[in-house]
Ligand binder design. Structure first.
Ligand code: CDP
Length: 673
């Protein structure tokens, strides 16, 4: 067991980009499907965790070529079109449910062979009978050490290679059904029929969608059975992108509920209509008071103005019930979570584990842990508001939460412990065996810490074509900062003033035109883009010859600068609210005037010839030197190297080197709050 971890409550709102790993369910399905495909597939954004490593190790032991690159989050696998290279193997599955079920069905495809499968103690107790019975019906034998038919791990599998008409009881776990569905196309004429119902329809739908993505759609027929109309090997896909894990994302949807006003957590690539049913958690969170704003392919979670209870059916996305259950003691009304009976046979009896640990914190739960122990059919939990009780339970110091080798227990209580119960930052929850998160989210506690980092402001100033935009964009992308190009603000205003007939030489023509200007912002990717009267100006119209010639003249007018100052400063709040870890703003007076408090100030320079060449290479007519002269000699906010700024001359430096220097500066100031 790993050493107990005391959770430090958040004293500042959580902010930044949540580092959510790839989905376990998708990674493990994709590994299997790719192994059954007729060639090579590279999985990108793959999860590297205990469960996926177990499956990778098993595939290697079975003779497949698998190359995993953990830093790049890719796994390259060469499929054999349904053939399993090794006919004999001994596989240890640990406590990985998906690997256990998927591999068992996968091995049944071998026309001959002897496969010994075992798992650890917890796995030996988890449901396998439905799957083993179905395969036995098709002529496979799964035998215990004493030669009797097995209903659980461990067993030795003697496959028959043909599946035929399978009947499966998947009432204990939808994985028993998914395992069979994935191998269906490889056995022509085979069908799968379900006895009764299954617990988690969305995971079955995920399996169906992925079979389709790998080129072998399944038909769900009216009588409830599945067939593959065009059987054969799956198609090797070249690359296959794994979605970020929606269950893991639930912790970061929950976090802003406990960390106070002003939070902004960004979930990149959170796909609502993708493969994962657990995105339904976002809806429940919405009912309980979460503020969620989709932004392109990201979801931004702000502080929850309210945390309310409610009554919810979690049957279809039960992996996330623990996330809500752990928040529930802080809610203003009771929370009832229904239809989670099947989770009592997962990593641990999750309903009992949750009730036991909430009671340890003094929380009232119905049924009680004792009642749950007496009746394993109970399948719902009501959790009562308990702030006072929590304080009473933690009065002598942090309460140690037992995690029962269940990653979701550790992560859920990690979120609850982030709540500043005493209002003074004193810890009140400690998590036993925090490393159990390695099952699906090895870096969970680091990802939590990363959101504690203070918002950083980075000012990048410099002359025309000194590399500000290129540098700022890459740094923004790599560090999760909002990129703001203030030059574009001056250009947009110049465009509008020119269009209104104003002239820089005549302030009286400028003031009325300015009065009519309505500036706004749109976030596009990592950049904040200026809008004029609600519309984004076309890029080319901002870099046209007339704008190039006039912009520095307008920019020298105090009226124009004042007009833009408040707007530019407001970009910091925009970045915070949108869940960025900071803002990187580029211009001429950022470190000196706009953000004089910026934690990082950089001044970029390059010799004038090099800069003129850069602009010419971009095909622009732009008198760079002339603009520089105007910019640095004007009375208001001239172009200067701000006090304390780091000068970087990039005449001979490649972009990557400049980026590395700026990143190092940012990382040196990004201290924990
Ligand atoms: O791209 P380039 O560096 O050539 O210029 P820009 O960043 O698009 O800025 C265009 C013009 O806006 C500059 O030449 C300045 O006159 C003005 N500007 C400013 O005065 N203050 C800023 N913070 C940014 C731009």
């Amino acid at each position: 067991m790993s050493p107990t971890l005391t959770i430090r409550p958040f004293r500042t709102p959580a902010r930044g980009v949540a580092q959510v790993p790839g989905s376990k369910s998708i990674t493990n399905r994709a590994l299997l499907l790719a192994a059954l495909a007729d060639g090579e597939t590279v999985l990108t954004g793959a999860l590297f965790s205990r469960d996926t490593r177990i499956l990778i190790t098993a595939l290697l032991a079975l003779g497949f070529e698998v190359a995993a690159d953990e830093d790049a989050q890719t796994i390259r696998i060469v499929g054999q079109g349904g053939r399993i290279p090794q006919t004999h193997a001994k596989l240890h599955i640990g406590n990985a449910g998906t690997a256990a079920r998927f591999l068992t069905a996968f091995l049944a495809l071998a026309p001959q062979g002897v496969y010994e499968l075992d798992g650890d103690e917890a796995m030996r107790a988890r449901p396998m009978a439905g799957l083993l019975e179905a395969l036995t019906g098709a002529g496979c034998r799964a035998l215990r050490a004493d030669g009797q038919p097995a209903t659980h791990f461990p067993f030795t599998l003697h496959p028959s290679g043909r599946l035929g008409e399978l009947v499966v009881d998947a009432s204990a776990s939808s994985q028993l059904l998914s395992a069979l569905l994935m191998v269906l196309p490889l056995s022509p004429g085979a069908s799968v029929r379900m006895k009764g119902t299954t617990v988690s329809e969305p995971f079955v739908v995920m399996t169906e969608k992925m079979c389709t993505q790998f080129g072998r759609p399944l038909n769900r027929e009216a009588n409830g059975s599945w067939r593959c109309p065009q059987p054969g090997a799956y198609q090797a896909l070249g690359t296959y992108a794994i979605e970020p894990d929606a269950t893991a994302a639930s912790y970061f949807i929950a976090l802003p509920a406990v960390t106070g006003a002003g939070a902004g957590v960004r979930l990149q690539g959170y796909v609502k209509n993708g493969l994962q049913g657990d995105t339904a958690f976002a809806e429940v969170a919405g009912h309980c008071g979460a503020t969620l704003t989709p932004q392109g392919s990201s979801l931004v979670v702000q502080s929850w103005p309210d945390l309310r209870g409610g009554n919810f059916d979690f049957n279809d996305f039960s992996d996330t019930f623990l996330t809500l259950a752990a928040l529930a003691p802080l809610a203003s009304s009771p929370t009832t979570i229904r239809n989670i009976g099947h989770t009592r046979k997962q990593e641990t009896d999750r309903v009992l584990a949750m009730a036991t640990e909430l009671e340890r914190l003094g929380v009232k739960v119905v049924p009680t842990a004792e009642e749950l122990r007496a009746d394993d059919k109970l399948s719902a939990l009501t959790i009562h508001p308990a702030r006072e009780a929590l304080r009473a339970a933690a009065v002598k110091g942090p309460v140690e939460i037992h995690t029962y080798e269940d990653h979701r227990m550790a992560m859920s209580f990690g979120i609850l412990g982030s709540y500043d119960l005493w209002g003074d930052g004193r810890p009140w929850i400690a998590i036993q065996d925090p490393a159990c998160t390695s099952k699906t989210f090895p870096k969970f506690f680091q990802a939590l810490e990363a959101l504690r980092t203070q918002f950083v402001a980075v000012a990048v100033d410099g002359g025309a074509a000194s590399g500000k935009s290129s540098t700022a964009k890459v740094v923004a992308h790599e560090l999760g900062l909002l990129h703001v190009d203030t030059g574009a603000h001056y250009r947009a205003v110049t465009r509008a003033l020119l269009d209104a007939g104003a002239r820089a030489e005549d302030v009286t023509s400028v003031l009325p035109a300015l009065a009519h200007l309505r500036l706004g912002s749109e976030i596009s990717g990592i950049s904040s883009v200026v809008t004029l009267d609600g519309h984004r100006p076309v890029d080319a119209s901002l870099r046209s010859e007339d704008v190039n010639a006039a912009v520095s003249k307008f920019a020298a007018l105090p009226a124009v600068r004042n007009f833009l100052l408040a707007y530019q400063r407001s970009q910091v709040a925009l970045g915070q609210a949108a869940g960025f870890a900071g803002v990187i703003m580029e211009g001429r007076d950022i470190g000196s005037v706009v953000l004089p408090q910026a934690e990082v100030r950089v001044f970029l320079q390059a010799d004038p010839v090099a800069r003129a060449q850069r602009r010419a290479a971009e095909g622009q007519t732009d008198a760079v030197a002339q603009r520089d002269l105007l910019d640095s000699t004007r009375a208001t906010a001239p172009l200067v190297c701000p006090e304390g700024a780091t000068r970087i001359d990039n005449t001979h430096l490649p972009l990557v080197a400049v980026v590395a220097q700026v990143k190092a500066l940012v990382q040196s100031v990004a201290r924990p709050a």
